[in-house]
Write a protein that binds this ligand. Structure first.
Ligand code: MG
Length: 156
């Protein structure tokens, strides 16, 4: 087995489209980023790359690459999964946590889970998505941005 963890944070900006786990979440603010700002999928990509010993998301998809501007982060995830499969690595389990004071994410986590399982080529039972607040503490509690944490286990 291989284990990997990933962490990502993005700041809110006014307007735009908030995308988390490949789901468009209705909200007056979005996450500032070179890509679509899907902080959950970025944390997941970093966990997968970490478990595979393949570095990090910034190395594979640099902010300086104009071709990646506004890219759907599910495309990044699928690219990472293809790299894992080329190394004969399969996802045994992924446990993901979003940290956001707002918006309320519980109504969307099941769809995020379905999207992620589809891109990981695994049954939904092998993916878990959780959302929590920080009780108004810290930058997430002040609604300045969203953080995401991911832990994955890969089978060789
Ligand atoms: Mg990111």
């Amino acid at each position: 087995m291989r284990i990997g963890q990933g962490i990502d944070v993005h700041a809110f900006e006014d307007g735009g489209t908030l995308v988390l786990g490949g789901v468009t979440v209705p909200h007056p603010r979005s996450l500032a980023a070179h890509s679509d700002g899907d902080v959950l999928l970025h944390a997941l990509c970093d966990a997968l790359l970490g478990a595979a010993g393949l570095g990090d998301i910034g190395r594979h998809f640099p902010d300086s690459d104009a071709a990646l501007r506004g890219i759907d982060s599910r495309e990044l995830l699928r690219n990472v999964v293809a790299q894992l499969e080329a190394c004969d690595l399969a996802v045994a389990h992924a446990d993901l946590t979003l940290v956001a004071q707002a918006p309320k994410l519980a109504p969307y986590v099941d769809t995020m889970r379905d999207n992620i399982a589809q891109d990981l080529h695994v049954d939904t039972a092998r993916v878990n998505v959780k959302a929590t607040t920080t009780e108004h503490l810290g930058f997430t509690g002040r609604k300045e941005g969203i953080a995401a944490f991911a832990v994955v286990l890969l089978d060789e």
